[in-house]
Write a protein that binds this ligand. Sequence first.
Ligand SMILES: [Zn+2]
Length: 165
Amino acid sequence: MLITFDHQWAQWTATTRTWNQFLHERCAHGELDWIRIIQQEPAYTRDHIPRLVKNALRTIQTRRCIWCHAPLPLNDTTLEHVIPLASPVWDTMFSLERLLSLRLAHTTCNLAYAQWRREYPHRAKRSDTARLRRIRHVLRTDEDQIAWRAWLTTRYPETLMHPSL
Ligand SMILES: [Zn+2]
């Protein structure tokens, strides 16, 4: 299937807000497993994705691939680093932002996205920056953002206080 990744924004943007609300609700309810994930940041490698995170993303994505939107079978679900670990943008993100950038995709769609990034590195870099800006916008404008500060405490990023990014 041919996917033009330049135009894959609507689904990711919509789920960023849903994902943020989901995470905030879990922390607000005092769910320790989630608080730990938010505060300690697991590795999020291809081989290591906490089951909680994977299951939550499946629900948030209504069991559909973030790229092609077709149903996502359990035996063909990969963690998609929409902003990859290797991107310089990843290094500028704090743990909650990283978590908010992750999605699930089919193996073939995951590989196709990586291929697109290799073919169009400048577009990929622009995309990463724009997505981080979008995540920060969601965090800033979410009505629960004030409450996030309680969970993140000292790790609450300056970027949320200064909208210039
Ligand atoms: Zn797919």
